[in-house]
Design a protein around this ligand. Structure first.
Ligand code: UGA
Length: 455
């Protein structure tokens, strides 16, 4: 099929490249000329494991452009809108990019049938809204009503940064919401290789042995839109539940890791997303839970469970500072080393990263903050040079003379650090493990004071 993907962020680019890999003809469009120039050189503008390799494998089926006119909208079978929807100060999403792309598409529609798909996470009702934008833009341009040869669908994305290619090629489900059954038929055909799992896997990312087919959920537009928010809210609630329990386990002398393992083995609960720590970050959970709370207000209802998950999460970041205050008594003039700066491993993304809040609070209290990260320092220097954090490429340089070490991001290399050697460069062997990730027994044996979350 011929596919246009508007927006080359994590979702748009991964979707476009994966569909091209599966044999569709894909055009990826972005208004950001710098990104498109990089992509045309075969380079990925974001850090995502496997993405450069998949771009190389798909290169004969994919083109990158900044121009709607050269993307031949009138010959496309499917157009994905996968642009950014960042939060506005009141928590509601900024839909200006969705509006601009829907209008640009609407102006170029003709009588050829095309499915326009909302792939960005957009509020409930956006499918109808995009339909109206397409119609109005068409009418303005052509002076007549469209003959009805387009349909709007919602096809939410569940990929995680850091494993975006895996999640896209081997998804746990595909959700398609539309009022027009033609849209569901077209998208089912588009995704047939994923649904049947009969494409040949890239050598660097083999198909999991147990995966033979992927379930599809077809529903109305509003349900598909809500599935995305409900999934992210539920995952956020799981994490915040683990963090809330961690507060209690540390008081009663229990271990949160054992407690979560003990409940997670119940298949009704499940073991994943129950890792206590310094809470979630990233561009999705915070934004989507805020949007859900804000949507519920519009309808005159409250969402106290979702709101509580948010409160617990942001409070959790303070735990690091409270713990350091309790242990060191005075933070003024102390050096605190942050191991990891990204919101999670395998990404260079700093959006809503716990590291930023922790650093801000420590700096406010007069501490010096030294941070290191294997891939996120480029973004840290680019976007957060004013923060006042000293960034170090080498972990050992960040750790020099530190009064405490905080493990912020569970990058595997931090487990393998020469912790005996690290101890010799620290001013004080105190470790606050914000992800319960380091080897507690080994560190204690080496003479560290080790503090984990809820243990
Ligand atoms: C999340 C969802 O997992 C995806 O399914 C969804 O598609 C995506 O948002 C989105 O809406 O685009 P992502 O934000 O990339 O994906 O990352 P996650 O792996 O979900 O991690 C989010 C945060 O939760 C990280 O800061 C991670 O450290 C934290 N986390 C995760 C915990 O604190 N504990 C856990 O047990 C799991």
């Amino acid at each position: 099929m011929k596919v246009l993907v508007v927006g080359t962020g994590y979702v748009g680019l991964t979707t476009g490249v994966a569909l091209a890999y599966l044999g569709h003809r894909v055009v990826c469009l972005d208004v950001d000329e710098e990104k498109i120039a990089l992509l045309n050189e075969g380079k990925a503008p974001i850090y995502e494991p496997g993405l450069p390799e998949l771009i190389a494998l798909a290169k004969n089926n994919i083109q990158f452009t900044t121009s709607y006119d050269s993307s031949e909208i009138n010959t496309c079978d499917v157009i994905f809108i996968a642009v950014g929807t960042p939060s506005l100060p009141d928590g509601s999403p900024d839909l200006s990019q969705v509006k601009a792309s829907a209008e640009a598409i609407g102006e170029r529609l003709d009588d050829h049938f095309v499915v326009v798909v909302n792939k960005s996470t957009v509020p409930i009702g956006s499918g109808n809204w995009v339909g109206t934008l397409l119609r109005e833009a068409y009418r303005l341009r052509k002076g007549t009503k469209p003959i009805g040869n387009y349909a709007v669908a919602s096809n939410p994305e569940f990929l995680r940064q850091g494993s975006a290619i895996f999640d896209t090629l081997y998804p746990e489900r595909i959700v398609i919401g539309a009022e027009d059954t033609r849209a569901i038929d077209v998208l089912t055909n588009l995704y047939r290789p994923l649904l049947n799992q009969d494409f040949s896997s890239p050598a660097f990312l083999p198909r999991p042995e147990e995966l033979s087919a992927v379930p599809i959920v077809t529903c109305d537009l509003a349900s598909a839109e809500l599935i995305k928010y409900a999934a992210n809210a539920f995952l956020s609630i799981k994490i915040s539940f683990a963090n809330e329990m961690a507060r209690l386990t540390s008081k009663v002398g229990a271990d949160i890791v054992d407690v979560m393992q003990g409940i997670g083995l119940d298949s009704r609960i499940g073991p994943r997303f129950l890792q206590a720590g310094i809470g979630w970050g990233g561009s999705c959970f915070g934004k989507d839970t805020a949007a859900l709370v804000s949507t519920s207000k519009e309808y005159g209802i409250t969402m106290p469970i979702v709101q509580a998950a948010r409160d617990v999460n942001y409070h959790q970041r303070l735990w690091v500072v409270d713990t350091l205050l309790r242990e060191l008594k005075i933070l003024k003039g102390r050096t605190i080393a942050l191991l990891g700066f990204a919101f999670k491993p395998n990404t260079d993304d700093l959006r809503d990263a716990p590291s930023l809040d922790i650093a801000r609070q420590l700096l406010q209290k007069g501490a010096r903050v030294a941070a290191t990260d294997p891939v996120a320092l480029g973004n840290a220097r680019r976007f957060y040079s004013e923060l006042g954090v000293a960034y170090f490429d080498e972990p050992m340089d960040a750790l020099q003379d530190a009064d405490a070490v905080v493990l912020v991001t569970e990058w595997p290399e931090y487990r393998k650090l020469d912790w005996a050697g690290v101890k010799s460069v620290l001013a004080n062997p105190l470790i606050v493990d914000g992800r319960n990730f380091l080897d507690h027994d080994e560190l204690t044996r080496l003479g560290y004071r080790y503090i984990g979350v809820g243990r």
